[in-house]
Design a protein around this ligand. Structure first.
Ligand code: DC
Length: 237
């Protein structure tokens, strides 16, 4: 089965998708990490992200490999080089929207994502999973949260914590304000771009995670599908 989880940056998609994958025996696919890997390669090679032809060439040639899912996220390599940490830097954050707006980049990434989906049971998270990549996904979720909650989660994450698991986690206020500004800029770019903008699929279930715990979000996703419910129950046995 395919589960699609879309939503803006910091809505909790990664945490939810990872936990759901572990609980229901699905393979986790972080499509944002793929756009980030292309961005990191462009920056390393000195490719100007405004040069669409050069960025497209990097995306067409790139080899992206996912390694084990670790506590803070999944390990990723680009052309054989470990980029797990590099793809989460503010520099990649600032440039990834420009890279992911290039139509040829999306074409290359969507092809890789569909290939990953052929292997069977996948929970994929991103911006266009339910609308473009897997429009026939059995379960589609559009996960949102108010911008302040999203910025707080990202700020805590950057300091090595996990706000989804620790509601009292604090982060540096100035950094949080900067992250909020960056998130809002990225939301705007991601939802107004011409190709595959961030938007919910018509048949997506909307979940607002602002005031929900991780377990509550997972429970609402599992409740959407008898198959997920069955997988979750049999995994726990
Ligand atoms: O989920 P994330 O923040 O790691 O995603 C990084 C960027 O990649 C995000 O700003 C938009 C882009 N992205 C996309 O365009 N389509 C996807 N399916 C996933 C991410």
């Amino acid at each position: 089965m395919i589960v699609a989880i879309d939503g803006p940056a910091g809505s909790g998609k990664s945490t939810v998708a990872r936990a759901l994958a572990a609980r229901c025996g699905l393979t986790y696919l972080d499509t944002g990490a793929m756009y980030r890997a292309v961005t990191a390669e462009c920056l390393r090679l000195g490719v100007d992200v405004a040069d669409q032809a050069a960025v497209a060439a990097v995306a067409r040639d790139i080899r992206i490999d996912f390694g084990p899912v670790l506590e803070g996220g999944q390990s990723v390599s680009a052309n054989g080089r470990d980029v797990t940490t590099e793809i989460r830097t503010p520099e990649v954050d600032r440039n990834v929207s420009a890279v992911s707006a290039v139509p040829a980049v999306r074409e290359a990434m969507v092809a890789l994502q569909r290939k990953a989906g052929e292997t069977g049971d996948v929970v994929a998270e991103g911006r266009d999973i339910g609308t473009v990549v897997f429009p026939a996904a059995e379960v589609k979720v559009f996960l949102t949260a108010d911008p302040a909650a999203r910025a707080h989660r990202r700020a805590v994450q950057r300091e090595g914590g996990d706000a989804a698991k620790d509601a009292s986690a604090k982060a540096d206020a100035a950094q949080e304000a900067q992250i909020l500004a960056d998130l809002q800029r990225r939301d705007k770019l991601d939802s107004t771009r011409a190709v595959a903008p961030l938007r919910p699929a018509e048949d997506a279930h909307h979940i607002d995670s602002s005031t929900l715990t991780l377990d509550e979000v997972i429970a609402s996703v599992v409740a959407l599908s008898p198959e997920l419910h069955e997988r979750d129950a049999s995994n726990g046995r």
